[in-house]
Design a protein around this ligand. Sequence first.
Ligand SMILES: [Zn+2]
Length: 478
Amino acid sequence: MPRLGAALLLSLLLALPASMVGGASAGPPVSAKGKKVSVTIVRQAQCHGNRCFVVLDVRRSPGGRAVLKVAGTRTALTLAEGSTRRVVSVAKKSLRKKVKLRHAGRTTKRRVVRKPQPVNSGRRPCAALSARDVYLSVGPTSTSDGRVNLSSRGTLDVASIYVDFPDAPGDGDPVESHQAFVDDGASYLATSSYGRLDLQVRPVPGWVRMPAPSASYGLEDGISYAEHLAYLQDAIDAADPDVDFRGVDAVLVTTTGNAYLPGSAAFRGAPGTLSSDEGRLGPAVTFGSDALEIDGVLFAHEFSHTLGLPDLYAFAPSDIHRYVGTWDFMGDIYAKPSDLFAWQRIKLGWLASNQLLCTSGATTTFAELAPLSSPGRKKSRKAVFVRTSATSGVVVENRVPRRNDSTLCASGALVYTVDSSVPTGEGPIRVAGASTADCGSGELSDALLDVGDSVSVGDVTVDVLGREGASLEIRVKH
Ligand SMILES: [Zn+2]
C-alpha cells in the first residue's frame, strides 16, 4: 500500500456494468491512526461513451490529510475535513462489480445498490426545437433556407471576380493584393469545419470592367436586394466571355478600393437567381473596401451566410455586440474574433450529433467536454444541450486558446442560450455569465467559467467541477 507522507491513501475501485446508473452504497468507516474516513456512493454513475461520472460523498474526521484515489482516474483527490461531495470521471472499462476500499493492508469490498436511472442522450431533445419558419434560424433549417443554403460539407467551387468601373479603374494586380484575404478566409472555414468544408477559389485574372459608373449601382447607402442582384449580374456578365462558370457553386465579387463600396454582404440566391452563359448561379458574396482592412474572418463571416448561419450581433443601432461579443465570428469580427459556437457547427454538420449530449426535463447531467477547437476523435463530446422550451435551450462548451480561438485570453466553459424562434440580428444566441468588462478581447470576453465557477440561466445551473488535461468536467442541473 503506497503512502503519501501522513496521508491516508485509499484506493477505490468502482464497478458497474456499462449501462447502469443510479444507486447508493454506504461504506463502513475505515479507521487509520484514529482518523475515520467513509465513502458513500450517492448517485453512482452516468456513462456517456467511454467515460462515467461517479458522485461520491466522503466523510472524514478532523485531523490529518486524506487522499482518495479512484481507479480509472489520473489524479488523486485530496479530501477536505467533514463531509465532501466529489464527482469523479472514470473510464467505463475500469468499472467493475464491486466497490473496493483499501487502507493499511485492509480491504473492504461492497456491492453497489443498483437503481438504474435514465440518462438523456442522443439527438431527440435537440431535434425537438420547434421548426418555425424563421429566416436563418439557429434551429431547424426552414424550407426556403434549405433551397438557398450551399452545402456546408465537401468541396465548393468558388469563382472570384475583381471588378472596377469606368470612373474608378483598379490599380495593380487584384489577385495578388487580395490573395491573403481570400486564403485566410478559406483556411479559417477549413479549420472551423475540422476540414469538412473545402473552398476551391478560382480567381479571374485582372480587373473585370463593369459596364456602368460606380455610383450608378446605389451601393453607398447600404444595399437592397434589387441593387445587389443587378450589381452581381453585371459582374458575371462582364466576366462571362473569359470565364467558364460550369460547376461553380458560389461567386465572389470584390470591388476596387478606388470606388466607394463601404461594406461587404452575402447574397442568398437560390440557383437560377443569377445566370451565366453556362447556366444557373445563385449564392454570392460581394466585398467592399473593408476586405483589405479586416482579415479573413470577414470572408468567413460573409461566406457562412451562404451556408445558412444568422448574424449574431444586434441589428439595433447601439451596443451591437451585447449578445455574443467575439465568441462566434457571426458576431463581432472587429475585436479579436474567435471561432464558431458548437451549436452552429452542429447545424452545419461539422460536429456529429453524438458529440452533443442532449437532455430535457428535470435532470442532473455530468459530462466531460473536449476543447471545441480540437478536431479530436469523432466521438469526443464537445457540448451539452439542455432543452428549456419548445424553441430554446442552454448550451455548454469548452473553449481554449487554440487554432481559430487562439486570441482567447483564458480557458473555460462557455454557457449560452439558443432560441430557434428569434430572428437573425435579434439575439438567437446569447452568452451567459458575462459582464461588459473584458479580459482583453472585446465585449463579454470574461464569460468563461473556470473550475469551481458556476452560472445560472433561468432554471439551468452549470458548474465546472474539474479539469483533466484540456477537458472540462461539468455538471448541468435543470
Ligand atoms: Zn453578417
